[in-house]
Design a protein around this ligand. Sequence first.
Ligand SMILES: C[S@@+](CC[C@H](N)C(=O)[O-])C[C@H]1O[C@@H](n2cnc3c(N)ncnc32)[C@H](O)[C@@H]1O
Length: 398
Amino acid sequence: MPMQAKPEIPTGLPIPDPAGAAHSNAVAGYIRMKIAESGGSIGFAEFMQFALYAPGLGYYNAGSTKFGPGGDFVTAPELSPLFGRVLAVQCAELLPGLSAHHLLEVGAGSGALAIQVLGKLAALNALPEKYFILEPSAELQARQRHRIARELPTLLPRVEWIHGWPRTFAGVVIANEVADALPVTRFVIRAGKVLELRVSAGAAGFEWLEQDATASLRAAVSRIETELSTTLLDGYVSEVCLPMPAWIGDLAACLSEGFVFLFDYGMSRREYYSAEHRGGCLRCHFRHRVHNDPLILPGIQDLSAWVDFSLVAEAAVNGGMEVAGFVTQAHFLLDGGLQRELEQLSTLPVREQFELSRQVKLLTLPGEMGEHFKCLGLSKGSDAVPSALRQSDRAHTL
Ligand SMILES: C[S@@+](CC[C@H](N)C(=O)[O-])C[C@H]1O[C@@H](n2cnc3c(N)ncnc32)[C@H](O)[C@@H]1O
């Protein structure tokens, strides 16, 4: 099978410090071993899984800072407490109408969002009975516990960490930038055939290797083409998130009644697999630089892929949920009461108000997080649609 040349390391990336470089070497050694055990190559989904989650080594399972200014990327709750405050108001709208007053946060990162949501719900006198956190990384669980104990000690007893989807759950589920971390399978179209882009180990580093696609990958690409009434052109490179339907299916299966807020950067299937995105939608973060070479810096850079929200919505509907709304992050925040939150903070010193204005711009401007980031609202057993999703719904684009 032909080998593809390894992409150039993008210029402008910072050089890892010695500890980071040593850690990345250890992760690379682990992945090389897995590649050797698999006979010379692994799928990109496996590569992503190892680089992010290898026990004690992967990006999310080892000690690097990751979030915020000292890390590699900034998520909305890391950027501003306003994000969690608006989301909390939306939860407060929904919780009284549900049979159980529980929240479940999936993939809680540093714990920033949990603190914002719980803090605001406490101020509204609308605290959930329980705030469950589903977090696969033991290292992040410990960080979340420590931070909540420090910043909201009286609310810590309400927080409970769980290791998988609950058997049954009624309440509100929130997940910010979690779906983008699910491993994706990469493919390229060659002479009308779907080939899988796998990863092999070369002398200088990891390399792409093209190989006949598995039946499940071929079926997934064929479905995309059928749904879009299109044929992907020769040389078209992209990815599919094969575990997404099962992940959403598991969520739907455990939700007896309630609402899901799923935030992520992403788009409809039609946009995702358009000619504009013919190189795919992988996104790598290292020290606040975004680039698209996932094969470098294993274990010390974040790997993610834009979310195909049409795929998510289909899986949700197949699992018995309904799409309650699909809006940009800007609309979610502006229609969901951002202005009210700002007014409530208008007694803060001027310098802090300037900082809040800066955060609002980053959260809502189209060139920042406002448009690429979306919120998909899913419901089960309830007709309630929260105010943030009512006015600017684009679910018809899915
Ligand atoms: C990019 S971080 C986002 C963290 C946080 N939600 C935020 O907005 O700052 C991804 C988070 O999802 C978690 N995660 C990854 N895969 C997951 C899965 N399959 N189920 C639940 N959480 C997952 C990671 O451990 C991490 O906490």
